[in-house]
Write a protein that binds this ligand. Structure first.
Ligand code: SUG
Length: 441
């Protein structure tokens, strides 16, 4: 069956701002309180989508989530009219207003973990939305993510969208940001990176480990993967303590090519040997040593948070953030990969600077979904990216998004109305019907 990988990018929402909400995410902490520009951030994302689509890679898009999440604030005890709830939260608990207003659903690598039908025991595509339980502002994404993915992948002949794992720190799940699928003629392997478990002796001491081994095991079961297809491996605690809060900050893989930093996983040589055993000689691996590319530089400039895509020619391209271009060591490493005899033949840099300031690179902004053509035809909505869709969304963003947002804008009822108008237009453009509660009311 012909299949191709679709990259579902999350459109940046109109409340995008810098709140320093993510402990262990160094860029988020560094930019806390900076004035944001949601319009520029959304246009950068759309430009990246257009660029990827123009390479001949299948591109799709998911809408933002409704923010501020006033229901969250009511659940936390704020009462009265919506305007009163927002004003009181701004005054009494501004960090909760930020959490309720975060545009973090843009980082769709965290939306879910997906297994293609060619790998699953019942030959359907399985999707497990992530509970994102470690961070409040991210955990509130799960209900909408589940609703949206259930709508898009609603055809039960082809898809099964599961419930997220129970929202408990034992089962903390960050979705595909901790998952890589590799495949050669010999087979496919789903590599799940995890940061802590009830039995692991070694764990990070400075920053939180977000993904648990127990959650990864449960996700692998729900995805209906045969054990032969599954490898679970611990992220290096030193990597997490150095700012690699997801495994995709220090590794990315595609088909038979895997690139990683030596601090991505504990005992990375044993991991590479295990992968080689499962995938055979066709697997090619590129490791950056600490000497070649220091961890701090890799975390600051995100060369591993590149999109690694297969081009129509069969060659691969790396789509890296422009921050990695500006770093001598990161750029040298990426250029080495292109020069070496491996499937990577092209290196491109994209500007997703406003997302990077919150710790989200090109790979964080996309969820990979490998679909056969009959499955692609069963997708609901108008979410496949093409030039017309790009132009309509750009016009909407230019019309509806502000170019400057601070904490003081978030409780303003006029701003909240503007955001709803924008989301209403976006979901209409995407042919999704009514997905938000405010549209259903
Ligand atoms: O969860 N940043 C996100 C970045 C997610 C990156 N995703 C991947 N690596 N796949 C996070 O830490 C910052 C929000 C703020 O501080 O305003 C934030 O949520």
């Amino acid at each position: 069956m012909p299949a191709r990988e679709l990259n579902f990018d999350g459109l940046v929402g109109p409340t995008h701002h810098y709140a320093g909400l993510s402990a262990g995410n160094l860029a988020s902490a560094r930019h806390a309180g900076h004035v944001s520009n949601p319009r520029a951030a959304a246009l950068q994302g759309l430009a990246k989508m257009r660029f990827v689509a123009e390479l001949g890679v299948a591109q799709a898009i998911l809408p933002p989530q409704p923010r501020p999440d006033v229901t969250l604030l009511r659940r936390l005890g704020f009462e009265g009219t919506e305007a009163a709830v927002l004003a009181d939260t701004r005054r009494l608990a501004p960090e909760l207003l930020s959490a309720a207003s975060s545009a973090s659903a843009m980082w769709t690598a965290n939306a879910a973990t997906v297994a293609p039908s060619c790998d699953t025991l019942d030959a359907r595509v399985h999707v497990v939305p992530a509970n994102l339980v470690t961070m409040l502002h991210r955990g509130i994404e799960t209900p909408y993510t589940t609703r949206l993915l259930s709508r898009l992948f609603g055809d039960a002949r082809h898809f099964h969208v599961h419930e997220a794992l129970p929202a408990n720190e034992w089962m903390a799940d960050e979705g595909a940001a901790n998952h890589t699928r590799l495949a050669t003629q010999q087979g496919a392997v789903h590599l799940f990176g995890w940061g802590r478990s009830r039995s692991a002796k070694r764990r990070p001491t400075v920053h939180p480990a977000r993904q648990t081994r127990e959650a990864s095991e449960a996700v692998a079961r729900l995805l209906h993967l045969a054990p032969l297809h599954t490898v679970l491996w611990q992220q290096a605690p030193a990597g997490i303590d150095g700012g690699a809060f997801h495994s995709d900050v220090l590794c990315v893989g595609n088909e038979g090519f895997f690139m990683l930093h030596e601090r991505a996983f504990l005992e990375h040589e044993a991991l590479v040997a295990e992968l080689a055993l499962r995938l055979g000689g066709e697997l090619e691996v590129a490791v950056a040593s600490e000497q070649e590319l220091p961890l701090a530089e890799a975390v600051a400039t995100y060369p591993f948070n590149s999109e690694l895509v297969t081009l129509p020619s069969g060659d691969m391209a790396i789509i890296a953030p422009s921050e990695a271009q500006q770093s001598h060591a990161a750029r040298r490493f990426l250029e080495r990969l292109v020069a070496e005899p491996n499937p990577v033949t092209a290196l491109h840099f994209v500007d997703v600077n406003d997302s990077m300031h919150n710790g989200g690179g090109p790979a964080c902004l996309r969820l990979r979904v490998r679909l056969e053509s009959r499955e692609e035809n069963a997708l609901a909505g108008r979410v496949l990216f093409d030039p017309a869709l790009h132009d309509e969304l750009v016009a909407c963003v230019q019309r509806r998004y502000r170019d400057r947002v601070t904490l003081d804008d978030l409780p303003d009822p006029a701003f909240v109305d503007e955001c709803r108008t924008a989301l209403d237009e976006i979901t209409t453009i995407l042919g999704l019907g009514s997905v938000y509660d405010f549209q259903l009311a």
